[in-house]
Design a protein around this ligand. Structure first.
Ligand SMILES: [Zn+2]
Length: 127
């Protein structure tokens, strides 16, 4: 079952909620510690090197992305790993899994299919 990472805006705890994709669309996430519904997604989306991502744009001042062959999952995985280091941010298990699977040669399409949360989070959610 996919999980979703949140930060509770009331008790400041990190919260991980397990729910199906259908539940995710239907339910309001609730903090299990203080029962607040003021939860903020910690990872909005994992952009598979999509150029419209503003944070990626900010990092395109070097040639890393220009030289990136997006049909080469390994190169893409290495790029994403480098990017996450530069952002100096814990992007979560989901991101790490994507990077590892890219580096092992799996195509982004195949990874997206097997991880429906990637697509679900791609709709411009606030995070
Ligand atoms: Zn809370």
């Amino acid at each position: 079952m996919p999980y979703y990472d949140y930060q509770c805006q009331d008790c400041r705890r990190r919260v991980r909620l397990f729910m199906s994709y259908a539940e995710y669309g239907r339910n309001t996430p609730t903090c299990p510690h203080c029962h607040s519904t003021a939860l903020k997604r910690r990872i909005g989306r994992i952009a598979l090197a999509k150029s419209e991502d503003a944070r990626l744009d900010a990092m395109m001042d070097d040639s890393a992305l220009a030289n990136l062959d997006e049909n080469d999952p390994k190169a893409l995985g290495q790029f994403m790993r480098k990017m996450s280091r530069e952002m100096d941010e814990d992007l979560g298990d989901e991101f790490s899994e994507v990077v590892e699977r890219l580096e092992s040669g799996e195509s982004p399409e195949s990874i997206e299919k097997s991880m429906p949360d990637l697509g679900a989070a791609d709709g411009g959610m606030d995070f």
